[in-house]
Ligand binder design. Structure first.
Ligand code: COA
Length: 169
């Protein structure tokens, strides 16, 4: 099982070490504005500039960090945007992503009490889209060609889950 706790500045070094290239950086952070080579200071500055963002770190039972996810509610708390979804490369494919999502959805629906959670995922990120569909997210539409990576435009699929659709894991 995993636990989740609030992100601390000291986690930035660990999280940055999970990003192993420019494409991986964009796949994870989208248009957040990070640049390659990525360094922990960019992540610390990003969080410091955005106090409304609620970032969670998923840990194994012994406290080892294995993932990160963040929630940003809108001003009315009707909706929250899920983002910065990352599981350490060594820990992928073991259900941590799904468990981390359920923990974040619990915060969104039970603590923030939002009505909907949405996210953007690049259309070629099939494994992530499968995970989100397993969790009940529905496809809303595609933002076409929003991100330029090595001369190629990437499109982003918007997906959402409403409070009454959430199955609580
Ligand atoms: C997307 C991401 C967060 C998923 O995390 P994860 O921990 O690998 O997710 P899960 O383990 O819950 O599911 C991934 C796969 O493992 C499989 N799996 C889950 N638990 C498993 C288990 N106990 N044994 C074997 N396989 C398992 C799932 O069926 C799934 O398979 P699929 O991809 O063929 O559908 C992770 O791949 C990641 O960090 N990717 C890079 C960054 C990224 O793409 N972020 C999303 C941006 S929107």
């Amino acid at each position: 099982m995993i636990d989740v706790r609030a992100f601390e500045a000291g986690d930035a070094v660990t999280v940055a070490s999970w990003v192993d290239g420019a494409e991986a950086l964009t796949t994870w952070s989208g248009n957040a504005g990070f640049s390659w080579p990525f360094d922990p200071d960019q992540l610390v500055a990003f969080h410091a500039a955005d106090p409304d963002r609620h970032t969670l770190v998923a840990t194994e039972a012994d406290g080892t960090p294995v993932g990160q996810i963040s929630l940003k509610p809108d001003a009315r708390r009707w909706s929250a945007r899920l983002g910065m979804v990352l599981v350490s490369p060594q820990a992928r494919g073991r259900g941590y992503g799904a468990a981390m999502f359920q923990a974040a959805l619990r915060v969104a629906f039970e603590e923030m009490k939002v009505h909907r959670v949405d996210l953007g995922v690049y259309t070629h990120n099939a494994s992530a889209i499968r995970l989100y569909e397993r969790l009940g997210f529905q496809r809303e539409g595609v933002q076409r060609e929003v991100t330029l990576v090595n001369g190629e435009w990437w499109s982003s699929l918007t997906m959402s889950l409403l409070a009454h659709e959430w199955t609580h894991g």
